[in-house]
Design a protein around this ligand. Structure first.
Ligand code: PMP
Length: 435
């Protein structure tokens, strides 16, 4: 439901046109239900912060307050402290990026960086190209700026360059203005897949040839399980990429610190936009993170997170093999998510109340499309529940799917669908679908 369109609201006629793009996040709407303790939530992407030893954080907080309390409690600048920007350079070097501290803009989570870039570039009707599926929080922002989000097909190797080329040509022939290409190249949210190095180069070529700015959103890159992800796209292209990073998944989202590494020409505008939005970022958060990075074995801590998430990924894949062997899903080599494809005739959104009744929650695939796609997909997060709960969650999900198929099967007695439950498939000649 959009915020406009509710005529019980006395302010209905006063809202700005652009609020028509504000819709209730399907993920957020779920949080209330999914946080009941008896529900196994495979829905939200909450990092497992309990794997971060508390004394590492409290030690950093205490030292910051003891040594630089007044500065930590004061307003700061719109670009971020020099200390944290130095640390950020060091972190990005792990993914092959060389840059200048001058071109880093600290933001209130990478979510704010996305918002600021969208604010700088998007007029109503401008096209943003994005993977199919794409991160729900990015789609929300692009919609809020009244952009036209166009999805481009992806497979297990990420976005498909030939499909991107074709889409760009057809949009150009329609006279559309294409401004941004939004990508999550590593362990994508929601599909879990990673863009290969060869494709990264091809995609950069296409973007450059067509004057499209790439947003490389990379909150999960360091959380790999087996092979490290290929180097960042920004490592080979400085002028055409805005790179976004975050401390939310490798440290803690509660501090709300992320960053953008922007082409020099864009950086100044980003700082001005940030200052006009929030004056300055939290000095306290930045100083605590800097102190943590200075004093703690943060690389060792990232290894700990990797181990936790790898075990949970394995638990999810094993449970899927055991309980839903006839379905297909992606096999992530890092990050938080598996993308599950249901039998064609199932609708993951309308199945959700049944799932919650069976005490399991997930995010319906439609949340990750701006065009209604993803109806028979589900995003499963393995980051938060312990392995045994993940297994139980998948077991419950298999019951839910069986229940839905049974319903369809009952409908098939009077309608045109035939259900082969043992193979979790609905068999229907295309001409009879919708009967
Ligand atoms: N981008 C992606 C792909 C994400 O998954 C998230 C968080 N779920 C964000 C950006 C925002 O993260 P934060 O604002 O916490 O840095």
């Amino acid at each position: 439901m959009t915020t406009r369109g509710n005529n019980l609201d006395p302010w209905y006629d006063s809202y700005a046109e652009r609020t028509a793009g504000l819709s209730v996040s399907e993920v957020r709407a779920l949080f209330a239900v999914a946080s009941r303790p008896e529900v196994v939530s495979l829905a939200g992407g909450m990092p497992y912060v309990s794997a971060l030893p508390r004394e590492l954080v409290t030690g950093a907080v205490e030292r910051v307050m003891r040594d630089s309390g007044p500065a930590a409690l004061q307003y700061g600048g719109g670009q971020g402290t020099p200390e944290i920007r130095e640390h950020i350079l060091e972190i990005m070097a792990l993914e092959g990026i060389r840059g200048s501290v001058d071109d880093i803009v600290v933001t209130t989570g990478s979510q704010q960086a996305l918002d600021l870039v969208a604010k700088l570039f998007l007029d109503p009707g401008d096209v943003v190209l994005a993977e199919a599926p794409s991160y729900v929080g990015a789609i929300g922002i692009f919609r809020a700026y009244q952009a036209d989000v166009q999805h481009v097909a992806m497979d297990d190797d990420g976005i498909i360059p030939a499909a991107l080329d074709e889409r760009i040509r057809s949009l150009r022939s329609e006279g559309k203005r294409m401004k941004l290409l939004y990508l999550v190249p590593n362990f994508q949210n929601p599909a879990g897949v990673t863009l290969t190095w060869q494709r990264r180069l091809e995609v950069l070529e296409l973007a450059k040839a067509n004057g499209i700015l790439v947003i490389e959103d990379n909150p999960y890159g360091l959380l790999h399980f087996d092979q490290p992800a290929p180097h960042a796209m920004r490592s080979v292209e400085e002028d055409g990429v805005v790179y976004l990073g975050s401390f939310s998944k490798t440290f803690a989202p509660g501090f709300r610190v992320g960053w953008a590494l922007a082409p020099h020409a864009i950086r100044e505008k980003l700082v001005l936009a940030a200052e006009s939005a929030i004056l300055s970022h939290s000095s306290f958060s930045q100083m605590v993170i800097s102190e943590y990075l200075r004093a703690a074995d943060w690389k060792g801590q990232i290894d700990t997170f990797r181990g936790v998430y790898r075990e949970r990924r394995d638990a999810m894949l094993t449970a899927l093999d055991d309980y839903l062997p006839d379905l297909t899903w992606t096999t992530p080599n890092g990050g938080f998510y598996v993308w599950l494809t249901l039998p064609e005739h199932l609708d993951s959104k309308s199945m959700l109340p049944r799932a919650v009744k069976e005490l399991v929650a997930y995010t319906p695939g439609t949340a990750f499309f701006a065009d209604g796609g993803g109806r028979n997909n589900i995003r499963l997060s393995f980051c938060y529940p312990k392995p045994e709960f993940i297994r139980e969650g998948i077991r419950r999900l298999s019951n839910v799917i069986d229940g839905e198929l049974e319903l369809l099967s009952a409908f098939a007695q009077t309608g045109p669908l035939a259900v082969d439950r043992s193979r979790r498939r609905v068999v229907a000649p295309p001409s009879s679908i919708g009967g």
